[in-house]
Design a protein around this ligand. Structure first.
Ligand SMILES: Nc1nc2c(c(=O)[nH]1)N[C@H]1C(S)=C(S)[C@@H](COP(=O)(O)O)O[C@H]1N2
Ligand SMILES: [Mo]
Length: 508
């Protein structure tokens, strides 16, 4: 009885693994509570890794951190399947079979932990069984062939290889079909809501006095497809507007439940709000400004009746992510809202379709729950939300920041008249002043674009006479309460970075 070589044995394992994953993808695409086991496992990894490791991943891969995680999982899968093949084909079959079942169990456990009900184990379960079936079939084919010939004839070997190849091709097609179906379901659920209700008092368009339109300067409104995206979701949670519901409960006089139609039937407001991620470094890009449309949160909470003693509003997503912020931030008159629209369109899937929270003045991780399903009124004492459990601060008002957009770091700028320009933000306080320092010169006051609202960033510019040589350019803002942006460098952890943005440029 001749055993296959290492490479061939490994390929058998890979074929079983591929068939297993493909079956899982297909099953996942059919159900509504089912999901690719890779994504479920990835999500559990994201939940479990300590904050420092996650920060390191974001530092290393930026917003590609999820892609990096999926690539890591893929590499592990390939190595594991190859090892299973080698063990099963060159040593003993049973441990190989157990290996596949064990992997199925990991996927099933990850799916169960996601809390979508018992049917969630089906993709991993069916996948594991198919994987075992393929392994057994290929094992049998090989050893039958090799038994009857005492050394494998080239014709039979060819047949075996064709079987192996066919498994890969079928698995590839099936997995592709599964993924496509899942992606289409997500897209069509978004398209179904392609009309937004009318806003009661629409805001005027942004004029040239607020958006200076300088080359290299961040536009006042960030287009949806350029808006930064930060979340823990490996695949975008999808919920159709028919299945959507929003429950407001907890320390309230009356629990409320809204369908999507209930939300669109209510008075719609519009508000320009600059969203900011706490992980944004000084000079960083994890900040964007949109015109949001939705329903005032204070009106909803008023209807529900917030009970005495409650001090925290928790927003929970359909994938059970949580944010939490002070009741006062929802009721002090600022435009805290349940947003349905972003820049005139229904929320894009990655930005929280069908509904999300947006609260001016608070970092996204405490306020901006996407794919919103529940609002729970509680206390800070009683509940720690997602990032608080990972040692980030429970209270997270946005810190005053200013950024130089143009020129860029290490740019060469022609000597003569030039422009330095950027944005500054201090949401809900507003920006009163931006100053710029060139080399060791005096602080010069920049010209500010018109303030649209104290909930947004504000553009600024300063003309300067560029002289040849190396120059350091630094900016700092003062908010409308008169407080100067903090100079001390602080890391984003635990409640937002501080420091003045500084770049080096070269005059030609
Ligand atoms: N469901 C869900 N909502 C979430 C998050 C998340 O991980 N899951 N991340 C928050 C964080 S940290 C930020 S900064 C904002 C980012 O919103 P955006 O991706 O639309 O820019 O969403 C917030 N809402
Ligand atoms: Mo964030």
């Amino acid at each position: 009885m001749q055993r296959p070589g290492r490479l061939l044995a490994a390929s058998v394992g890979l074929a079983a693994g591929a068939a297993s994953l493909a079956a899982a993808e297909l099953v996942a695409a059919v159900g509504t509570t089912t999901r690719s086991p890779i994504l479920d496992v990835g999500d559990r990894v994201i939940d479990l890794v300590p904050s420092w490791l996650k920060d390191a991943a974001i530092q290393l891969f930026g917003t590609n951190d999820k892609l990096a995680l999926l690539a890591g999982i893929a590499v592990i899968l390939v190595l594991y399947s190859a090892a299973v093949g080698i063990i099963a084909m060159r040593h003993r079959l049973l441990p190989g079979v157990v290996g596949i079942l064990a992997f199925g169990a990991v996927g099933a456990t990850a799916a169960l932990l996601a809390g979508r009900g018992p049917a969630a184990v089906l993709p991993a379960g069916v996948g594991a069984l198919i994987g075992v079936a393929v392994l057994l079939a290929l094992h049998r084919t090989w050893f039958r062939v090799s038994d009857s010939h005492a050394g494998i004839a080239s014709e039979d070997r060819r047949q075996f290889l064709v079987g192996l190849g066919a498994t890969f091709v079928t698995a590839g097609i099936a997995a592709g079909a599964g993924r496509l179906t899942a992606a289409n379901a997500a897209i069509s659920s978004g398209a179904a809501a392609s009309t937004l209700p009318r806003v009661v008092r629409p805001l005027p368009p942004i004029g040239a006095s607020a958006d200076l339109g300088l080359p290299g300067l961040t536009p006042f409104i960030t287009p949806n497809d350029e808006f930064y995206r930060i979340d823990t979701a490996l695949s975008v949670p999808r919920v159709s507007i028919e299945d959507f519901s929003l429950r407001i409960f907890g320390m309230v006089d009356q629990e409320l439940i809204f369908s999507y139609a209930d939300l669109t039937a209510r008075a719609q407001i519009e508000s320009d709000i600059t969203l900011t991620c706490v992980s944004n470094e000084v000079g960083g890009q994890l900040v964007g400004n949109a015109r949001w449309q939705g329903i005032r949160l204070d009106a909803l909470l008023d209807e529900a009746g917030v009970q005495a003693g409650a001090d925290q509003v928790v927003g929970r997503s359909i994938d059970n992510y949580t944010c939490g912020f002070p009741v006062a931030a929802a009721t002090d008159g600022r435009d805290a809202m349940i947003a349905l629209g972003m820049n005139g369109e229904p929320l894009p899937l990655v930005h929280g379709f069908p509904a999300r929270l947006v609260v001016p003045g608070l970092y996204g991780y405490v306020s901006a729950t996407k794919w919103l399903k529940e609002i729970e009124i509680t206390t800070f004492e009683a509940f720690d939300h997602y990032w608080v459990r990972r040692e980030w601060s429970a209270q997270a008002p946005i810190k005053t920041q200013s950024r130089i957009d143009t020129p860029g770091p290490l740019d060469s700028v022609p000597a003569g008249p030039g422009t330095i320009a950027g944005v500054a933000w201090a949401q809900t306080r507003g920006i009163a002043k931006v100053e710029v320092q060139i080399d060791d010169g005096p602080w010069q006051e920049a010209e500010l674009a018109e303030e649209v609202a104290n909930t947004t960033w504000r553009q600024w510019r300063l003309r300067w006479d560029v002289t040849p040589g190396r120059h350091t350019v630094t900016c700092r803002a003062t908010d409308a309460t008169g407080e100067l942006q903090a100079d001390e460098r602080a890391t984003p952890m635990p409640d937002g970075a501080t420091g003045w943005h500084s770049i080096v440029v070269f005059g030609d």
